[in-house]
Write a protein that binds this ligand. Structure first.
Ligand code: FAD
Ligand code: DHB
Length: 394
């Protein structure tokens, strides 16, 4: 098999890249280790920055998002028995975010790229490694029904997530990894109940962090901080709802509508950045190159900003034989990645319980009191939350 751009992974980054390249007449083949149903069914992110929403519109896959997505003009932060609202447009000259699930985005991209445009995605076809990435014809070695085959490409995009093989194909002395783990995880529930409040609530509580999010007016997504070694089997639905209510201010706790779970899962928290993101003709994008803790909803949005830079670089190369944008990809993408990683780390530290130390807790409360009491503090939260701007890249 041959193609112009071989893409490993059909998560949001792989699909979005394939779609943007297809619209410019560039051939792609995606190799995906899982089935289509599995990829479509994964419950993950829910908050979309304006930059990502614009990119989905550019990909001509923003129509349903614009119809069904919920525009959010602010968030609430609960601490010390109080609830403070942060108004995004006021502090960012008009910016907002969109609540629209990763599941829906994946569905829209699959429909447009595969069902309507005939784009090629080979499911249940795991890549094994990338070879010859520093030549003009990198190759992806993959497994098709137990047989090893190869896809010869002009370029390879490693969009295969944190556990993928693209990054692992690079010798250790050519890549630098930066990493931080956190001493807790998130236990999440998805349930068909109306959200407790119209906008998200991020809660700092002495029992631990809680987040009230949603997918629609009738479907809620809630998370509570849990122990790293906790198991979903340890939690009944009732126990989850009780613990959530404990961690919210009284008025919000009273308004929680409970219901049976559609899904419950535990996510560990992790910060990770690989440098660089380009190795000859192999490019890493999305979770393959970096991971953030979910606090602040940056993971999916960073996958989109990588694809903004990478799609432009590949288009300039395929259409105009320009290599300058390929050379700039890694630095441009990483500048934004580092800033969002810093924000996710800081926002995590501000809201979670690390230990029983009362001084640390009072410092958190005092910082929240300061931030929410100051226009500068509200601006810091708002401009990071709505998403830092993409750099001009042409
Ligand atoms: P992925 O979505 O991971 O896609 C990678 C794809 O590559 C997968 O389909 C995988 O099956 C495939 N693949 C892997 N290895 C191979 C191989 N060898 N060959 C072929 N295919 C391969 N972000 C938020 O902003 N908010 C959240 O609430 C949130 N919750 C999350 C919960 C969980 C459990 C996880 C894991 C992530 C969460 N994230 C969240 C992060 C967000 O979902 C990711 O940042 C986003 O999915 C990144 O997209 P991606 O396409 O780069 O990677
Ligand atoms: C969601 C997840 C997040 O990490 C976040 O900060 C906001 C929302 C969500 O899944 O809805």
């Amino acid at each position: 098999m041959r193609t112009q751009v071989g893409i490993i992974g059909s998560g949001p980054s792989g699909l979005l890249l394939a779609r943007l390249l297809h619209l410019q007449g560039i051939d792609t083949v995606i190799l995906e280790s899982r089935s289509r149903e599995y990829v479509e069914g994964r419950i993950r992110a829910g908050v979309i920055e304006q930059g990502m929403a614009d990119l989905l519109r550019e990909a001509k896959t923003g129509e349903r998002m614009d119809r069904e997505g919920l525009v959010h003009r602010g968030i609430n932060i609960a601490f010390d028995g109080r609830l403070e609202r942060i108004d995004f447009p006021k502090h960012t000259s008009g910016k907002v975010v969109m609540v629209y699930g990763q599941t829906e985005i994946t569905h829209d991209l699959m429909k447009a790229h595969i069902d309507e445009a005939g784009g090629i995605v080979h499911y249940e076809t795991p890549a094994i490694r990338v070879e010859d990435y520093d030549t003009d014809h990198p190759r992806i070695i993959y497994d098709r029904s137990g047989e090893q085959k190869e896809l010869i490409c002009d370029f390879v995009a490693g969009c295969d997530g944190y556990h993928g093989v693209a990054r692992k194909s690079i010798p250790a002395d050519k890549i630098t990894n930066f990493e931080r783990t956190y001493p807790f995880g998130w236990l999440g529930i998805l349930s068909d109940v109306p959200p407790v409040k119209e906008e998200l609530i991020y809660a700092n509580h002495e029992r631990g962090f809680a987040l009230c999010s949603m997918r629609s007016h009738t479907r809620s997504r809630y998370y509570i901080q849990c122990k790293l070694d906790d198991k979903v089997e340890n939690w009944t639905d009732d126990a989850f709802w009780d613990e959530l209510r404990h961690r919210l201010p009284p008025e919000e706790a009273e308004n929680v509508t409970t219901g049976p779970r559609l899904e419950m899962s535990i996510t560990p928290l992790h910060s990770f950045i690989a440098e660089p993101l380009r190795f000859g003709r192999l490019f890493l994008a999305g979770d393959a190159g970096h991971i953030v803790p979910p606090t602040g909803a940056k993971g999916l949005n960073l996958a989109a900003s990588d694809i903004y830079y990478l799609s432009r670089a590949l288009i300039a190369s395929c259409q105009e034989k320009r290599t300058d944008l390929l050379d700039r990809y890694s630095d441009a993408a990483l500048r934004r990645v580092w800033k969002a990683t810093r924000f996710s780390w800081w926002y995590t530290s501000l809201l979670h319980k690390y230990d029983d130390d009362v001084m640390s807790r009072r410092m958190q409360i005092s910082e929240l009191d300061y931030l929410t009491g100051s226009a500068a503090g509200r601006t810091v939260i708002s401009e990071n939350y709505v998403g830092l701007p993409y750099e001009a890249f042409e």
